[in-house]
Ligand binder design. Sequence first.
Ligand code: NAP
Length: 250
Amino acid sequence: MTSRTAIVTGAARGIGAATARRLAADGHAVAVIDLNEADAQDTVKAVEAAGGTALAIGADVSDEAAVASAVERVAAELGPPAILVNNAGILRDNLLFKMTAGDWDAVMSVHLRGAFLMSRAVQPHMVEAEWGRIVNLSSTSALGNRGQANYAAAKAGMQGLTKTLAIELGRYGVTANAVAPGFIQTEMTRATAERIGVPFEDFLAHAAKETPVGRVGQPEDVAAAVAYFCSEDAGFVSGQVLYVAGGPKA
Ligand code: NAP
């Protein structure tokens, strides 16, 4: 496998951390971007302990200047980025009548503006190399989910962004695909359980019962799907959305 430079956003923990570890295991040098550089160091240490190469960078993906300097640093220290995984995400769940404009804007800003800014900053490197892979994290919530008007709209937006990137960048050897996870056991789902006042173990058991394969997803399940889209073999697969949800629907 050709070794490339990959960027994974929101990679201090959860799905992003598992994806960074997986891409490093696949032979790539990985830039671990998260809000806080110190948090990103944990993932870097895990990659290095497994014999891989990684670099921690603190950056808010919704901040245009921070994104530009993060990508410049990746190019200077690890080499031109050829793989981008837009994974950084937040929740600000609430029923519509209680959702504030701030909750709406925050979610749009991290997921959509963040993926847009990162993709725009990275694409000149991919176009120059005539090779690139962009993978965006969508969600089964893109199909609609109670209490998530903001998140569902952002995750459906990620799919539209993905398909447009695929159309615009295909001629330069760049593919863009989305992975849409179902219930994955991370701090994000733990926070949801806390918010609705259900013990996390009960929340997990309920989700497992509702899932055809009879278990909840783990970050590594999502990382494996992302790794496929990033592979050399996936060069003719673009603009797709792969639901990684233990069954056919949310
Ligand atoms: P997580 O455990 O909450 O991790 C998200 C990471 O993103 C955190 O380290 C967080 O940093 C970071 N982040 C947040 N805002 C950021 C920003 N503006 N710039 C840079 N980094 C930022 O979430 P997860 O469960 O692994 O989810 C990862 C992705 O998968 C998200 O896009 C999520 O929407 C999606 N997804 C998750 C599930 C699920 O069931 N878990 C299902 C479908 C889709 P801080 O810790 O500093 O906030």
